[in-house]
Each structure stands twice: as C-alpha cells, then as structure tokens.
Design a protein. Structure first.
Length: 451
C-alpha cells in the first residue's frame, strides 16, 4: 500500500509539473483522458444548466401517460462523435428540433467553465449538426505548428488559431488582404512567415518597402522585384499593371470559345490555362502602405494618386491575372486621402494585430464584424504576434504566428532562391545580388542588393 501511495504521489506531482511547464505534454499524457471523462459524465447536467435542452415531444408525453410511466426528461443535443486532438476535443452534436446553432455559440463561455476547458468555439457543419471545438490549454502562449499541414499551391499555413487549428492564407479563395498593427505588435513576424511559406512555391514575389528596404531587403534572393522608395514603387506598380494587361491578352487568345469546346474548358483566369502557357502568379507585398499615400508637395501628390490608382486597379482586376496583394500598415483610414477606402473595400482578408486605438481596429473590421473590433482592441501588449483574422463573411479568429527570426526567413529564401522566376516586365526592378558585404544601397532600377 505504501508503494502505491508513493507512485500515486509521483504521478500527481509529474502531472502538476507538466501542466505548469509543458501544457502540451500534459494534455497528451493526462489531460485528454480526464477531459473526455469529464465531458461525458457532466454532459447531460451541463446542457440542462446552460439551457441547451428541449422539452419532450407531445407523442412521448402521451405515450408516458398511456403506459403510466414517469414524465420523460428534457433532451439535450445528441453526441455523434468525440474526437481527441493534439490541443483539445472536438464534439459533433446533433441538435434537437427547435434548437439552432446560435444557441450553442451563445453558450460557449458557459460550456467552457462547466467542462473546465480553456476555450470553446462552435461552427455549423450542416443543417442540424454543430461541431464544438474545445481547447485544453492556451495554444497561443507558445505556438507549435503541427508537423503536417494541408499546404497546397497558393495556400500557406502562417499561424495557429485559438481553437488549435491551422490558419491558412489561401490566395485562390481570398486574393487580397490587409494587415494592420501598431509598432512591435508582430506584423513583421507574420510577414516573414508568409514569405517563408511562399518561398518553396512556384510564385513570384514582389516587394515594396519604403523603410529603405530594411524589412524585405534581406530576403531579396527570393524576390523578382523590389522597391524601397515611393518613386520606384510608382514605376514598379505601373509595370505590374502592364503585366496584368498582357496576361489578359494571353487569356483572351486562349479562351477557345467555340461550339465544340465544353464550357468547363473555357479560360477565364490563369488557372484555366494549360500548364505550359500559364504565367507565374505574383504576390505583391507592401510594407507600411502609409508611406505610399503621404505627400508634402504637388509633385508628391501626383505620385501618390498614381500609386493608389495602380493599387486599386490591381486589387479590382488582378485576381484573374494571378496578381495578389498583401498590404501592411499601422493605419489604413480615410485620412490617407482619396481612393484609400475604395482600395480597402477590395481587400477581402483582414488581419489586425495589437492597435493603439479603437478607430484603427474599425478600419479593419468595422464593416465586417463589431465583435472582431472588440477582440482586436483587447489584445494585450505583452502578447506580440497575437492577431484577429477575419474576412468579408463576418467570421473571425484569434491567431498567432510562430516566432520566426529574420535569420531563419533569410535562410529559407536563400535555400529556394533558384525558384525565383524572371519576369521580363519587372526585370528593371530585380535586385542584383553581388554576394559581398558592403554599405546598404537603394533598391532602385538595376541597383545592386547585398545579402
């Protein structure tokens, strides 16, 4: 009996230590079993306490009265499946008649407390079936991406969601995106993860970094074109517009609209073209967009209008030509001048890191979801990298990208430098890599870049 007591004490001590120092290990060893038992044992009473039950149907009441049996109890949603994951539990529930998926979502905070879980979210899988995802610990405190992700062409895993699932940046479904955040909020880390994820793919990267190239310049070996000042950026954007028009001419020539060609084979964008004719897709990364919109003189105002017009044209027309925009900045409101709100309306994906005021969060989510605005302004200052990601449908999630140093991103880009495509229209803006250390040089036309 003494040995059993000692062993039990050691197990409890080990579980407590793991829960404190390694919550992920604790969940995989002890937490998942305890949580599953807790959910199954408490399920009926918790659903009744949370108001997620329905009274028995009439025919059951009549049958009980005829057979002189006790009145049947209220019914809770039926558990179809319980699936443990590396971060929590996934319950698939069959709703009872009269219940709605919103009822489960509204009670998510009460379910979290009742089942002693860290977080609870829900989504409707199909009519009458709801999936409830429970996390056993704070997965955003120390982000660990899963070893296997569902990466596809133009689909990059960039962060981890608070429910333990992977957040993907899918350019085929959401062509253009806006990323906001104050200084030291984690925008640069998010951008590095994005570039590192795109580096192994068959895609051209184009960068505009008006902070003299300090963010994107070290990654130059994987970029087909770079600009580090507004004047060069204006010329680069004009070249991208010309490239877009050329791609449309190619699509028009290859549409094959004839009576003997099925509708499914008629080309409407680059992804409908044969592989040997398909132009390489282009991702345009704009770091600190406000530097492109600010002006002090009449000449700078003309340049600013030229830049915003080109960006708006690329946002409106670039998707079918395989041109995708990633625009980053601290603020992106109407104070930046005319055309800004029109451009923002074309940016479907929205990501907001910690912001300094509520109006900045409204710039990202004010026209999408008020709840996302509230979540964005509540991000603590000591949680760098935590962000709120949403889209035009109104759905949003709290995410956090894994910490990636600039050295790691540079190594990834250098390793895949042979994948950098050569685009004749942008050849004048491609950084010339000398391979020797030296003073920083501007990334204007044909200017060498030292990495």
């Amino acid at each position: 009996m003494t040995w059993f007591t000692v062993a039990l004490v050691l197990v409890v001590a080990a579980a407590g230590l793991l829960r404190w120092r390694r919550p992920a290990w604790y969940w995989l060893t002890f937490g998942v079993t305890l949580a599953t038992l807790r959910v199954l044992v408490r399920y009926a009473s918790v659903m009744e306490a949370c108001g997620l039950t329905v009274p028995p149907s009439r025919w059951r009441l009549v049958l009980a009265r005829i057979t002189n049996r006790p009145v049947p109890e209220s019914r809770a949603p039926r558990i179809l499946r319980v699936r443990p994951t590396r971060t929590g539990l996934v319950l698939r529930l069959k709703l009872q008649p009269g219940q709605d998926a919103f009822d489960i979502a509204a009670a998510s905070d009460r379910l979290r407390h009742s089942f002693s879980m860290y977080g609870v979210t829900s989504r409707e899988v199909r009519s009458g079936v709801v999936e409830v995802r429970m996390t056993g610990y704070d997965v955003l405190r120390q982000v660990q991406m899963p070893a296997k992700t569902d990466a596809r062409p133009m689909r990059v895993p960039v962060a981890l969601r608070e429910d333990g699932s992977v957040h993907y940046r899918d350019y085929r479904s959401i062509p253009h995106a806006l990323t906001l955040g104050a200084t030291e909020s984690g925008k640069s880390v998010y951008q590095r993860n994005l570039v590192a994820g795109l580096a192994p793919m068959d895609v051209a990267l184009v960068g505009i970094d008006c902070k003299q190239g300090v963010e994107l310049f070290p990654l130059a070996r994987r970029f087909s074109a770079l600009a580090d000042n507004p004047d060069t950026a204006a010329e680069l954007l004009d070249a991208l517009v010309d490239h877009m028009e050329g791609v449309y001419q190619l699509i028009r020539a290859e549409q094959r609209i004839t009576a003997d060609v099925p509708d499914a084979e008629i080309a409407a964008d680059i992804w409908d073209l044969p592989d040997h004719l398909r132009p390489v897709p282009i991702v345009v990364l704009v770091d600190e967009v406000a530097e492109l919109a600010l002006f002090a003189t009449k000449d700078e105002e003309k340049r600013r209008d030229r830049i915003i017009t080109a960006l708006a044209r690329l946002a409106q027309l670039g998707r079918a030509a395989g041109i995708y925009l990633e625009i980053c900045g601290q603020r992106f409101g109407s104070e930046l001048g005319k055309g800004i709100t029109m451009l923002r309306a074309q940016l479907t994906g929205r990501t907001a890191h910690r912001v300094n005021d509520e109006s900045s969060a409204n710039m990202a989510f004010g026209d999408i979801s008020p709840d996302a605005v509230l979540a964005a302004i509540q991000i603590p200052a000591d949680m760098r990298g935590v962000a709120v990601a949403g889209d035009s449908t109104g759905g949003w999630h709290r995410i956090r990208a894994p910490h990636t140093t600039l050295r790691q991103a540079v190594n990834t880009c250098n390793r895949h430098a042979d994948r950098t495509p050569h685009l004749p229209e942008l050849a004048a803006f491609r950084p010339v890599l000398s391979g020797r250390p030296g003073a920083a040089m501007p990334l204007s036309k044909a200017a060498p870049a030292t990495v």
